[in-house]
Design a protein around this ligand. Structure first.
Ligand code: 139
Length: 123
């Protein structure tokens, strides 16, 4: 079965892409299996090397949106792409807006390996 850390990487990591096109989210949300059964409404892809994302678990500790204490905010800005389902888009035709941003990101981390398991937001 897919671990939480593997799920985070499938849903949020895309280190080798630096410039994205308008159709990036429509292609990637499908390719990464986030349009199965329903269209995932919001998802962020991170265009930085995995080790740079994993060390966020050792950076500033913040409270998660769900009230849990295990979230961490990146000390530097990261290249990200936000995918947002367009109004009026109806499953199974998942139509996304693609937005490239440079922001500090917030992720949830869990032991054993102190791995990133949830994308909590960007600020
Ligand atoms: P999800 O499918 O909910 O699985 P995604 O990141 O894919 O998360 N976990 C925690 N989850 C939340 N808060 C914590 N403190 C947690 N600690 C451990 C997350 C997994 O991580 C575990 C959970 O048990 C679970 O197994 O907000 C809803 C979705 O939208 C995404 C992020 C989230 O999906 N989103 C939201 C973005 O990608 N970008 C945004 O800017 C906003």
């Amino acid at each position: 079965k897919e671990s939480q850390a593997e799920k985070f990487q499938r849903q949020h990591m895309d280190p080798d892409t630096s410039t994205v096109t308008a159709s990036y989210c429509n292609e990637m949300m499908k390719r990464r299996n986030m349009t199965v059964g329903q269209c995932k409404p919001v998802n962020t892809f991170i265009h930085e090397p995995l080790p740079d994302v994993q060390v966020i678990c050792f950076q500033g500790n913040v409270t998660c949106k769900n009230g849990k204490p295990n979230c961490h905010q990146s000390s530097s800005k990261m290249r990200i792409t936000d995918c947002r389902l367009k109004k009026g888009s109806k499953y199974p035709k998942c139509d996304y807006q693609t937005q490239q941003l440079q922001k500090s990101i917030i992720v949830a981390c869990e032991c054993v390996q102190y791995e990133t398991v949830d994308f909590d937001g960007s600020v």
